[in-house]
Ligand binder design. Structure first.
Ligand code: HEM
Length: 496
């Protein structure tokens, strides 16, 4: 960003503050210079500031300083649901505009992934969910192979595992088994490249360090090298033999082609970008969720045997199927509880006010045009981990939620008090796949491995780290090309 543009935003932020925002409480300072000091504090410690705001204004909205704008944070559940943030139309509160900020970062990271690509993935990811039953045997096979390769365990010796990088490798591989199939889903440089995209974005976001990536190493550009030929082959096959050619793989590329209109949507460049966007939406979110779950498992080992017994029983009765996973209620509940206490960001459901009239909540709070709104990812009883709380709630209701047609208290449920996947118009469409993958991984792990913490003790686990609103189960691990490599110290021990 040029100095002139930066100054302009600086002044804009102050002007909008003076004229419109005085009635909405601020966490930190609203002073001309002191708010920039607080914006810096927000980068270093957003979760604490958000929690402070939540504690002070649990039934309202507050705002905090961001370097370039004021960030409005909604605490009251009543201001999330019907007719509020979750359901506001795109021309009033824009998901695209809020993520476009991020989109420009992708471009700086060496390519042209537009934020809008993520949204056009909605329908494709829905096709993915529809195909989950049919594709589950492939997912299960890949989980078994990936665990064998990543863990590399033999005999009954304990082995130390640095959890987050191992889980990224595993999740990238299992996800890509559905996205692009064999052999590319086992191609390590391809998988590493998909992992690196998010790091590239984080690095750029952290300090405008894009110059650290020479063009030939920029991950978005590199993605074309791996995927371009494969996508071209599929386009050629369709041209020659029609849309349903014999032997056509049932994978993400095929689902993308089913949805793509003639013209620009059927170009190799756009299709490659969509596959990479979906990878980016899937890998870090799922691997961080699984890493948190493993840390919680070693910190609360009393959950281990009940989950092993449940998984063994279900598999004995029903085999390894997608439907069988629905009966692993303790595993579902455990992952959900871990997500409840360790969300991927302290600010969820980011939106930008694009209506010229601004946005007015039902309690009369008015947010001006151009401002950014998010929901505080606060949780009740943050110190009480009860892995089976959701399983118990379901048992007490004594009804099968699926038969009611309502998904309540399942990992994939969404509600104003359960925001891990968002709620409303832009609820994560990948949550059905994520839940299937993570439940199958956890069931495989508890059946086949023993686990213990690096430092044993009730509730002891590595502390979360954060950068701006984004949270992570371990210190950030950056790709070697940046010279910032830090494998993270967060390990657990495993044995067969
Ligand atoms: C545990 C893993 C995951 C978590 C915690 C997660 C979380 C989220 C959240 C919080 C949102 C934004 C919701 C909003 O702003 O209202 C989102 C959106 C999205 N997610 Fe996920 N996600 C996960 C896995 C996945 C996977 C596996 C895929 C793809 C296969 C995926 C694809 C998407 C897409 C395409 C969107 C954009 C939706 C839209 O444009 O309306 N996610 N996700």
């Amino acid at each position: 960003m040029t100095r002139r543009y930066g100054n302009y935003l600086f002044l804009c932020r102050q002007r909008s503050y003076c004229s419109q925002l005085a009635s909405i409480p601020v966490v930190g300072s609203s002073g001309f210079l002191s708010s920039y000091r607080d914006a810096y504090k927000f980068i270093l410690n957003a979760p604490t500031l958000v929690q402070r705001g939540y504690d002070q204004y649990p039934e309202g909205v507050f705002h905090v300083a961001h370097l370039l704008y004021w960030q409005f944070v909604v605490c009251d559940h009543k201001l999330i649901g019907n007719s509020e943030v979750a359901s506001a139309p795109e021309d009033v509160l824009s998901f695209h505009e809020a993520t476009r900020k991020l989109g420009s970062l992708y471009i700086m990271a060496g390519g042209s992934l537009w934020a809008d690509d993520i949204s056009s993935c909605q329908t494709v990811v829905t096709s993915l969910s529809r195909n989950l039953h049919r594709c589950f045997p492939d997912v299960r096979d890949e989980i078994v192979c990936a665990f064998d390769d990543v863990m590399q365990l033999q005999g009954s010796e304990w082995k130390t595992l640095t959890v987050l990088p191992a889980m990224m490798a595993g999740v990238a591989r299992v996800s890509n088994c559905l996205f692009v199939g064999l052999p590319l889903c086992r191609n390590e440089p391809y998988l590493q490249n998909n992992i690196d995209i998010q790091f590239a974005v984080d690095i750029v976001r952290s300090a405008n360090r894009i110059t650290l990536f020479p063009p030939f190493l920029r991950p978005i550009a590199a993605g074309h090298k791996f995927l371009g030929k494969l996508v071209e082959e599929r386009l050629t096959k369709e041209k020659e033999f029609g849309p349903d050619w014999p032997g056509k793989p049932n994978d993400l590329i095929s689902w993308l082609l089913t949805d793509a209109q003639e013209g620009e949507e059927r170009t190799t460049g756009l299709l490659v970008k969509l596959i990479m966007s979906i990878n980016m939406a899937a890998i870090h979110t799922s691997s961080m969720t699984f890493t948190h779950a493993l840390f919680d498992l070693t910190a609360h080992p009393e959950h281990f045997l009940p989950m092993r017994e449940e998984a063994e029983h279900v598999v004995k009765e029903e085999g390894w199927t997608k439907a069988a996973l629905n009966n692993m209620v303790k595993i579902d509940s455990f992952l959900q509880e871990s997500q409840r206490l360790h969300v991927i960001s302290s600010l969820l459901m980011n939106r930008r006010v694009v209506s010229k009239n601004g946005f007015t909540f039902s309690d009369g709070t008015h947010i001006p045009y151009g401002a950014y709104i998010s929901i505080a990812a606060n949780y009740e009883n943050p110190t009480v981990f009860d892995g089976f709380r959701f399983a118990c709630e379901r048992a007490e209701r004594k009804v099968d939620d699926f038969s009611e047609g309502i998904f309540k208290r399942h990992m994939v449920s969404t509600a104003v008090d359960h925001l891990s996947f968002g709620t409303g118009k832009h609820t994560c469409p990948g949550r059905f796949f994520a839940a299937t993958e993570l439940k199958a991984m956890l069931a495989h792990l508890v059946i086949n491995y023993d686990v213990k913490a690096e430092v044993e003790g009730p509730g002891v686990r590595p502390a979360d780290t954060s950068f701006s609103a984004r949270t992570s189960p371990t210190p950030p691990i950056c790709p070697d090309v940046t010279g910032m490599s830090d494998a993270g110290s967060s390990v657990i021990h495993l044995r067969l």
